[in-house]
Design a protein around this ligand. Sequence first.
Ligand SMILES: C[S@@+](CC[C@H](N)C(=O)[O-])C[C@H]1O[C@@H](n2cnc3c(N)ncnc32)[C@H](O)[C@@H]1O
Length: 220
Amino acid sequence: MTTLTTEPVASLLSRLFAEAEASDARLWKMRENISQEQQTARMRSTSEYRELYGSMKDFYLAVSPETARLLYMLSRSIRARSIVEFGTSFGISTIHMAAAVRDNGGGRVIGTDFERAKVEQARQNLVTAGLSDLVEIREGDALQTLSHNLPDSIDLVLLDGAKSLYGQVLSLLEGHLRAGALVIADNTDYCPEYLQRVRAPNGGYLSAPLGEDVELSMRC
Ligand SMILES: C[S@@+](CC[C@H](N)C(=O)[O-])C[C@H]1O[C@@H](n2cnc3c(N)ncnc32)[C@H](O)[C@@H]1O
């Protein structure tokens, strides 16, 4: 038995994933008239990410159920107790990692998002999940919120905020990553520079793509 697959988390997640799926369908409809090139340029922009995510503030943009499950499994298998997440949204990924921390015996998940309504809803979802005692969600731009008060040692990181900032956020956290820490980055099709960095020989990471566009990296 795991926290993930028992109540109240199991029912909450099935509702949240159903809502996320409906939200994705609405988003795809909205994007019908935007070309792939325009979409890629927006996702990769270093100056317009605030506006971009502001325009998507009502959308879940959640990791897939498979990636979410993987987050739980990886967090469990390395016995993670200290996790940092860039890009919390409504908290689907956060719930998976917090469930793993609970099953690992306790610890802390630090999440962050700059959309106030998302932060409030994510906090509420964590209360419903019975996991709020393990999670701190910092409201604001990750470049500020993750620049201070970090745990001395971080076991696992999820990068899932603005794609153009993955490298900068990794730099903020890097000095705190323990040897063997895992970094999971979603939607890496939009961040070739990030991939170049974590895949560089002697760059301090071992890295491999997983599934569609998820990169799994380990701090050496
Ligand atoms: C892809 S969604 C995260 C989905 C979430 N990990 C999940 O699986 O449910 C990205 C989120 O990151 C937030 N975000 C993007 N850039 C950010 C930044 N620089 N600082 C804080 N939050 C950011 C957006 O508001 C959005 O809610």
